[in-house]
Write a protein that binds this ligand. Structure first.
Ligand SMILES: O=C(O)CCC(=O)C(=O)O
Length: 287
């Protein structure tokens, strides 16, 4: 597997923070990705959530992430698909660790947007070699796709979004700058998006401001986000936020992030036995 225009893709990922990679995943990799996605739907974790469609519509907007048994359902994908190799090529670096998965399903009418946010607002990790791979299982038109504010990974780290149906910018911590209302003033922002076909992927740095378009009547959007990190990733607790990894956050209790909060200090290599090294193929997998 080798990517075309690799040097351009590498440069754009570094500078713009998000790229479209056509035909990144071959048929076998897509089959493994579908199997993993189905496994997630069949094995909801306690992090799974059903968001309201819009305030007016009952459409489905389901997500799940960080399943503690993910390696049962995702082992073949991580081991035998080319997804980690794509990331290794883009980083020009052989070492790739898997952090966690996230599945989204929007269908059944007018679903709400995925609010603008940065994944980094939820994650105690810093580094250049961190990537989210967004894989869509149906063709997605540009206007129905994931959107990004170009170069925002070099800008402000905003507070997380609570995904409050009444206010996309409602903060989770109150200690970081509040998210701007990008939807209210889209012209002010350098927004990019791409149409994708199954096999194409979007890859972005988790500090990128991004948001997902709504889906409409008769449409379904099922997507899988895989999060990887590389050898420069360090533990970096979020400034002024006690919540990530806190024991009083039920979703995080017992999660690798909670262990890290106890055992790592700022700047330590970002490592945990639940985040296995997937390339080169020397698995250090925990049961
Ligand atoms: O697919 C979506 O609507 C949102 C995806 C997303 O926010 C992510 O993968 O981080």
């Amino acid at each position: 597997m080798s990517l075309t225009n690799l040097s351009v893709l590498r440069q754009q990922l570094r500078e713009h923070g998000a790229i479209y990679v056509p035909r990144a995943l071959d048929d076998n990799s897509m089959r493994l990705a579908r199997d993993a996605y189905q496994w997630s739907l069949c094995h909801p974790s306690r992090n799974s959530a059903q968001f309201q469609g819009t305030l007016q519509s009952p459409a489905k907007f389901y997500q799940d992430l960080l399943n503690p048994n993910v390696l049962v359902g995702y082992q073949h994908l991580l081991d035998r698909s080319c997804a980690p190799d794509v990331v290794a090529q883009l980083w020009d670096s052989p070492d790739v660790w898997f952090m966690y998965e996230q599945v989204f399903l929007k269908e059944g009418g007018e679903s709400r947007r995925t609010p603008w946010h940065q994944d980094s607002s939820y994650l105690p990790i810093a580094g250049e070699k961190i990537a989210v791979m967004w894989i869509a299982f149906e063709p997605v038109a540009k206007e129905d796709s994931l959107e990004f504010v170009r170069r925002s990974h070099r800008g402000v780290l905003y507070d997380g979004s609570r995904f409050d149906p009444g206010d996309d910018t409602a903060p989770i911590y109150g200690t970081l700058p509040r998210l701007p209302n990008i939807e209210a003033d889209r012209g002010r922002w350098d927004i990019v998006s791409w149409a994708v076909e199954p096999g194409d992927v979007l890859i972005f740095h988790p500090a990128m401001l991004h948001g997902g378009a709504p889906t409409h009547q008769g449409r379904r959007r099922s997507t899988l986000s895989l999060r990887f990190f590389g050898d420069d990733a360090v533990y970096s607790p979020l400034p002024g936020t006690a919540r990530v990894g806190d024991s009083d956050d039920p979703k995080r209790a017992g999660s690798p992030f909670q262990d890290m909060q106890r055992n790592l200090k700022n700047g330590d290599p970002f490592r945990h036995p639940k985040f296995p090294k997937v390339r080169p193929h020397a698995w250090t997998r925990s049961p």
